[in-house]
Every structure is written in C-alpha cells, then in structure tokens.
Design a protein around this ligand. Sequence first.
Ligand SMILES: Cc1ncc(C[n+]2csc(CCOP(=O)(O)OP(=O)(O)O)c2C)c(N)n1
Length: 386
Amino acid sequence: MFRLNLCLGKKPIHVNVCFEEPLIDGPVPKIDLPTHSERTKLPGQLPLGTLKEMENFLNSHKPLVMVGILPEKAYGTVLDFLKQYKAPVYCEGISSLRGHPDIKDIEIRSGEQMIHRILRSGVCDSVLRIGGVPTTRVWRDLEDKYLNIPVFSVSFNHFTGLSRPVQHVNSLDLLSQVEFSNPQHENIKLNIEDSSRAETVRALLTKYPESEQGLIYSLSKRMDGGSIYLGNSLPIREWDSCSSHDARPLRVAANRGANGIDGQLSTFLGWAHPEAENWCLVGDLTALYDLSSLWATSQLEARKLRIVVINNGGGQIFSRMFKKEIFVNKHQISFESWAKMWNWSYQKWHNIPVNSELHDHQIIELVPNWEQTQEFWKEYESLWRE
Ligand SMILES: Cc1ncc(C[n+]2csc(CCOP(=O)(O)OP(=O)(O)O)c2C)c(N)n1
C-alpha cells in the first residue's frame, strides 16, 4: 500500500494507490504506465470491448452475474438489465441492489458459497461482472481455481480487476443498449436450493442473536432506509452474508480497492448524506486507526451520524485465518472516552434495541457475544460441507 497525504488548495486529499493481486508472488515485471490514449492496452486486458462483443458474450454463455459497487446514478440501469437478462445474480451489499424485491427470483441469497457450487456444477459457465471489482473472495479465485471460466466485465473504470485476460467494457450505460435472448438457466432447481439454504442461514442468525453475525442481521433491519458505510474488515463480508434481504438501505458503500483500515471514519464523515440517517459500521482496530478523524466534528454540516464500532477485541478476521493469537492484536480498550473527547454521545450495545434515542453525533460500541459467534460459525460452516 502506498499512501500520500496532500493538501491542495483548500481541501485535504488522501490518496490510496491500489495494486491488484497477485502482488509479489513472482518476479515483478516492469510496467510502463500508459498514457491516457493508450489505456486500452493495459496488461492482461484485451482491446476495449464493444457492444457487439458484449452481445456475443451474453448470447453464447450462461453467466453468473456478480455486481460490485455502483455509482448511484447507475442503480436503475443495472437493475433494469438484471430484470431482463434473468441470469442468477450475486449482488454484493455495496452494489446497493442486494435484496431488491425486483430481482428476488434470480438473486443468490444464501451466500458466497453458493457461487462456488454454481461454478463447480456448471449451472453457469462464465462470470459477468458489473460495477467495481468485487470484494467477494470468489473473484480472486478466478485467478487460479476457476482460471478456465471466461469473464466479461462491465465497469465504470479501466480496472479489469484480474491479472488474466478479461473482456472489459468501460461503460455501464451499455447495459441499457445491449440486445440479447435470455440464457437457458436452470433457475428453478437453483432457486429452490438457494432459498432453502438462505432460510437455514436466517434461522441461525435468529438462534444466535448476540453473535456478531446475528447483531449485524438485526442492525441491518434497524438501518432500513439509511445510508450505510461499511468499513474493514469483517463488516463488509458479514454484511454480504448476514444482513437482512428485507432491509432496503438508500445506498451502501465501502472504501474497498484501497483495502487500508486507515481513514475509514474520515471517508464516512465526508460521504454522509445530508438528509439520510448515516451509519458507519467498522471493526475496533479500524476505528483505532482513525481516532483523530472526529477532530473535524465542529466543521461538519448538520448530519445524522452514527458510528458503530464492532468491538470484538481485535482484528478477528485474522483469528480465522491464522491460528496464532499475535495476529489479532487483542485489546480491552473501550471507546467511551474517545466519544467524550470529541463530545459525541456514546452507547454500548450487547443486542440491538428496538427503540433507543440516538443523537446526531452518536457512537455505538457494539459488543458481540464471543461464544455465540463461535457457535454460529461452527453451524454455518457445517451447512456448506459437501
Ligand atoms: C493501514 C492498514 N494496516 C494494516 C492492515 C492489515 N489489516 C487488515 S484487516 C486488519 C484487522 C482489522 O481489524 P478490525 O478493524 O478490528 O476488524 P475485524 O477484523 O475484527 O472485523 C488489519 C490490521 C490494513 N489493511 N491497512
């Protein structure tokens, strides 16, 4: 990660330069950065696709659609396309289309593991990516595990998001012009399996209401209609697997791509919507990395701001990756004094209250029940064992 803090004119600018995986898995080739007019020749990318190429792809494949982050102005175009094309679709939370009632019959709702099943079974023979580079782990597996699965990507920038050749068009607007015949998907069988699994996951979320996942499920309902910013690290993944499909947030976003746990609260403060209830969901280490962000409070325009810090005592994403505690950076820090320092209101929650009065500058320390979280994981993982 390469970071640069600039102060140009009146506005501070924080630039996170993002490098795509694979990072340093082998010798590093020299890359001559392309000029603007040469961008279509980025390494690993075929010549810029056209409408015709996209039509050929859509008509000759049975793709699984993955939708990543979208600009707000593209929500309608993408939704219309999905409704007409009718292929199975996995919408990441940050697409803001997750759980949209119009795609209920085609949306994969039981979780990322279902994508693996679909790709392995051959129900879908390719991937159509729409929007930003997906944060979902499966996307990375397209580099090696699913190397033979063709990928077509329709985005709003030049990043193909994979180091292997990908057909890529840099315009979401093309989705409203493209013509196709509907693919022959085996949707019915797929839907039954997905719905019953989604139902089982929901049952687990209510069985363990104070687990980290159960809290996110209930909180997502409480955030209905809100503007939601997801910070690192588990909140992004847990939102995708555990938030309620019935909740309809106004917009959901994250600062992924940069991947840094720094600057997340500052991003949220700048991104907050003047009319909506703004929620920020971050891990405790992520919050600790940006404690000074609240210094800007006195300069903020009036906004309803709720920062929810999931305090699970460290970087718990690593507790599942590595068996060594040292990676977790365990701590017993509480966020009450931090709230006090910047004159924000503070509440500590062990469950999600149905009604609780919140202030415009509100910090909520959300403390999951460790045992319930572990029990949830155990049962959740056993669901997906073949
Ligand atoms: C600037 C920066 N430093 C370190 C990392 C490595 N990193 C990724 S996730 C993570 C832990 C995040 O912990 P927390 O915010 O508590 O979230 P949790 O894992 O508990 O969900 C760390 C240290 C990073 N991504 N960015």
